[in-house]
Structure formats: structure tokens, C-alpha cells
Design a binder for this molecule. Structure first.
Ligand code: NDP
Length: 248
């Protein structure tokens, strides 16, 4: 069923780092046409090269910088996709940030930053993409987190922002089903990326956190970006044609 992704047009947000890079490469390897986006142009170029290497066809990969907390940028990303490939089949809302902060210390700034990057971005990108997804009977995959389902200590706004993503996923699944558009969420546990660096967590603290996280998962280990990308490509494919409004 992954063959169904050949020549599908896919947008991956947050494609300049971590899960987004691997997801873009997975789609490229499967023959999809991929629009990669993020704010960091240098990192995005590295992803573009990896994708071109994976599909051996430069014309199938389009890179565009943008800030998905801004409505105008989201519209430009979608327009660029349509101008380049004339349609949109799959939107992967992966961009997100983590700011450490328990209820005692979290600030209004922490709140605005995370709600904007994690939740508002999903709303802006999905609504801007909706007419095109209706045309293609496409689908959306929102990268939420296990924190959207169960709160973890010390990251109150992050938990809240991911719960918002989960509720929006269900809402969009209900609203768009009549148009043949599926909307699902992926809720990973701890995945090794560079997210801790951006959150200001030291390497030593992060290693301790990874060790502890192993004990909180039934498999006794943390996950990797390939494992998340596999779930995303499955949800985007025809193999998931009866799955919508799910949190996996
Ligand atoms: P990274 O920090 O490695 O990557 C985050 C990506 O989001 C970057 O490409 C960054 O690009 C992009 N991004 C952040 N803010 C914006 C913005 N305003 N506009 C555009 N792009 C933005 O994180 P991960 O790969 O670990 O995380 C990816 C997603 O997975 C996030 O939504 C995260 O919450 C979620 N997740 C991660 C887990 C983990 O353990 N790693 C577990 C569960 C969920 P740039 O800086 O170039 O803008």
C-alpha cells in the first residue's frame, strides 16, 4: 500500500530537523513529490539534498522557508505547493517546539510561543490546505505527542498545546469526512532528536531523561525518527483508508 504514495504531493512542516527530516526522506524514497518547509534555510537545504538523494529526481522536491505561526506564511507555503505540483494530497503538520516549565514557573511568553508553534500552526496550515485537500480527497497527519493524551510533569503548556492538537484532529476528521478527507494524529513517546537542544536542556540532563524514559515505555526503550516516519507514511497511504480521527 505504500506504493499508493508514488507521485502524491506531500507538505512536511518542520522539515529542517528531527522527525520532519526523516519523514520527508521517507516520502521522497516512496516516490512522492515533497514540499519541505521550516524557518532555518541552511538546515532545510540539507534536508532537500537528502530527499533528492532518496528519490534521485531534483524536480520532485521543493523547499520553502516560512514561519507556520504566521497566517501569511502558511498561505504562501500552500500556494508554492500548488504552483509547483498543481495539487496537494497529504499535509504533515510536524513543526513544533518544547519549552520547559511547570505551573509554578511557566510564563505568558512560554504559553504564547508553544500554543502558536504547536497548535495555532496546525489550525492555520490545515485551514489553508482544506480546499486543496477536498479536491484531492487527501489527508492530514498532525504530529501531536503522548503528552496530548497524558500530562507529563514540568511541561504544562506543551501538554496543553498537544491536547489542543488532538482535539483539532478529531474535529477536522469529523468535519472533513464528508469530503473524503481523512485527518489523523501521531502521538509519539520519547523520540531521539535535537528537540532538547532547542529547549535549553543540557546533553547530560537529556541522557538522564532518555534513561528514565526507557522505564516508562512498555518496550523498555525510547523511539527513533524512522519509527515515527513509518507510522506517518502508513497513515498517508491507501493502507489507512478506513482510519480517521485516530491518535496513534
Ligand atoms: P526538532 O526540534 O528536531 O524539530 C522541530 C521542527 O519544527 C524544526 O524543523 C523547526 O524548524 C520546526 N519549527 C518550529 N517552530 C516553527 C515555526 N514557527 N515555523 C516553522 N517551523 C517551525 O523536534 P522533533 O523533530 O523532535 O519534533 C517534531 C514534532 O514532533 C514536534 O511537533 C514535537 O512536539 C513532536 N514530538 C517530538 C517528540 C520527541 O521526543 N522528539 C515526542 C513527541 C512529539 P525551524 O527551526 O527551521 O523553523
Amino acid at each position: 500500500f505504500l506504493e499508493s504514495l508514488k507521485d502524491k504531493v506531500v507538505i512536511v512542516t518542520g522539515a529542517s530537523s528531527g522527525i520532519g527530516v526523516e519523514t520527508a526522506v521517507h516520502f521522497a524514497r516512496l516516490g512522492s513529490k515533497v514540499v519541505i518547509t521550516g524557518r532555518n534555510a541552511e538546515n532545510l537545504e540539507k534536508t532537500r539534498k537528502k530527499c533528492v538523494e532518496a528519490c534521485a529526481d531534483e524536480s520532485k522536491i521543493v523547499s520553502i522557508t516560512g514561519d507556520v505561526t504566521k497566517s501569511e506564511d502558511c498561505k504562501v507555503i500552500i500556494k508554492n505547493c500548488i504552483d509547483s505540483f498543481e495539487k496537494l494530497d497529504v499535509l504533515v503538520n510536524n513543526a513544533g517546539i518544547l519549552v520547559m516549565g511547570s505551573v509554578e514557573v511557566a510564563t505568558e511568553e512560554d504559553y504564547i510561543k508553544q500554543m502558536d508553534a504547536n497548535a495555532k500552526s496546525v489550525f492555520l496550515m490545515t485551514t489553508a490546505a482544506t480546499p486543496h485537500l477536498i479536491n484531492s480527497k487527501g489527508n492530514v497527519i498532525n504530529i501531536s505527542s503522548v503528552c496530548g493524551i497524558r500530562a507529563f510533569p514540568g511541561i504544562c503548556v506543551y501538554n496543553m498545546s498537544k491536547a489542543a492538537v488532538d482535539q483539532f484532529t478529531e474535529s477536522a476528521a469529523l468535519d472533513l469526512a464528508k469530503h473524503g478527507v481523512r485527518v489523523n494524529a501521531v502521538n509519539p513517546g520519547v523520540i531521539v532528536t535535537e528537540v532538547h537542544k532547542r529547549a535549553g536542556v543540557s546533553e547530560e540532563q537529556y541522557q538522564k531523561y532518555l534513561e528514565h524514559s526507557k522505564t516508562t515505555h512498555a518496550l523498555g526503550r525510547v523511539g527513533n525518527v524512522e519509527e515515527v516516519a513509518s507510522v506517518i507514511t502508513f497513515l498517508a497511504s491507501s493502507g489507512a483508508s478506513y482510519i480517521t480521527g485516530a491518535h496513534i
